[in-house]
Design a protein around this ligand. Structure first.
Ligand code: SF4
Length: 431
């Protein structure tokens, strides 16, 4: 139900919808992306959306000058403004073919995208930020208007409490609760448009690979149950009323799978109960975590059985990187190609056993990698059991120092065309 309380607010150049309800689940083929409950304010040239705490979430241009009616700016909980583009090609070479999504998030920080829009250089897009400042000033004046309907007045008050400085501080607060910024989210979080609640159950990782741009210097160490419970308590308060718009949990950090079944299940169950996940009208919540080759190989069947009994659909993402021994040595990943193969087979086996667990894997894509890397990977994927719709998506992650990123796409399509499993490009995003 939509509560349209003010349309063309008297004397002010905007209209307000205090609360709008779209489908609780993300419909990816709709444009622009919408789900859950939010507030909407429209001026002649822009549409602004706010979450249930009154924090600005998206800005979309409405004038004919805006690049595309489906494109918009979106702010993350880490306070990064990203520009969602639909790209410059459709059909079998469009964004959907290499990302699995209809939109490509263009990030305001260095990442590994094969294609990005430098939206900072586009005055039409940047004008959205001036329009946001103008709207904030207009809302301030409107807030003094005693004729405002009480619910619209409350919304204006909430928005006034969340100016740009407060939003910056809120992101710092989130990072303080979990013990630092999330340097990379699993690629599978694209299924919920990267809208996850982060909860750290371990720090560091097992390998410290030379090529990796997201690692920390810390040794792998699990967090205590007390620490996890305290994070959950603080996260619940941090997300406030807007918690109802979340149905996905990311258990961090780089190798949560190595934490073992007891800690993973403890964290997932406590968080699910505290955050109110699993409401029947919303459907099954999603759980995301990273794993490593060793943590996957060491994981006993009982771990997967316990995960399969959680109230979540669980996505585990494993960093394989290459099945070519010389490439593994070049990138400084301290595992053998035979071990990578063994873990890849285990991924496929586990995917066939558990209907609510999906393990995906990452391999590298880079100009500096040998033909043997591409050849061995294409061969592995051409012999894999499965279909292009099967579980076990393979993500190809462009190495960050490629000078000509878009020229990697032909290499990507070559590997994808030979694969029996779904293959997409991994876009590294932080939170
Ligand atoms: S690739 Fe994964 S395992 Fe290797 S250093 Fe980076 S985070 Fe750690």
């Amino acid at each position: 139900m939509n509560h349209m309380l003010h349309s063309g607010l008297h004397g002010f150049p905007f209209s307000i919808v205090v609360e709008k309800q779209s489908s609780p689940n993300l419909r990816k083929d709709r444009f622009p992306l919408r789900h859950g409950k939010y507030s909407e304010i429209r001026t002649q040239d822009f549409e602004f959306r706010f979450n249930l705490n009154g924090e600005i979430k998206t800005i979309r241009g409405l004038s004919p000058h805006w690049p595309h009616p489906a494109e918009e700016l979106k702010r993350t909980d880490g306070n990064d403004w990203m520009y969602y583009t639909v790209g410059d090609q459709s059909g079998d070479r469009g964004i959907i073919s290499w990302l699995g999504e209809y939109y490509l998030p263009c990030l305001p920080y260095p990442s590994n995208s094969v294609w990005e829009v430098n939206y900072f250089a586009n005055p039409v897009i940047m004008n959205a930020f001036s329009a946001w400042s103008q709207l904030y000033a207009d809302l301030y004046m409107a807030g003094k208007n005693t004729g405002l309907h009480s619910r619209a007045g409350e919304l204006v008050e909430r928005i006034m409490l969340n100016n740009d400085n407060v939003l910056h501080e809120r992101a710092n607060q989130l990072h303080t609760i979990i013990g630092g910024q999330v340097s990379v989210l699993p690629p599978d979080t694209r299924h919920v448009d990267y809208e996850v609640i982060p909860l750290m159950i371990a720090d560091g990782c097992l390998y410290h690979c030379k090529f990796c741009c997201v690692k920390t210097a810390r040794k792998f160490q699990t967090r205590s149950k007390e620490n996890i419970s305290e994070q959950i308590r603080q996260l619940k308060s941090f997300y406030g009323r807007n918690m109802e718009n979340y149905h996905a949990l990311f258990l961090g950090n780089h190798d949560a799978l190595a934490s073992g079944a007891e800690l993973i299940c403890f964290a997932a169950e406590e968080a699910s109960a505290a955050f109110g996940f699993g409401k029947p009208q919303v459907g099954t919540p999603m759980l995301f975590l990273f794993g490593s080759i060793d943590s996957l190989l060491k994981a006993e069947d009982s771990l997967f059985e316990q995960l399969s009994r959680l109230p979540f659909y669980t996505h585990i993402n494993i960093g394989f990187e290459s099945v070519d021994q010389s490439t593994l040595e070049l990138i400084g990943k301290p595992v053998d190609a035979s071990t990578v193969l063994e873990a890849f087979r285990k991924m496929q086996h586990m995917n066939s056993l558990h209907t609510n667990i999906e393990i995906s894997g990452n391999f590298l894509l880079g100009e500096q990698l040998s033909g043997e890397h591409d050849r061995s990977l294409a061969e592995l994927l051409s012999e894999a059991k499965g279909s292009s719709h099967a579980k076990g998506t393979v993500y190809l992650s462009p190495m960050q120092d490629n000078p000509k990123r878009r020229e990697l796409l032909p290499r990507f399509y070559e590997i994808k065309s030979r694969s029996r499993l779904p293959v997409f490009v991994y876009l590294i995003q932080r939170l």
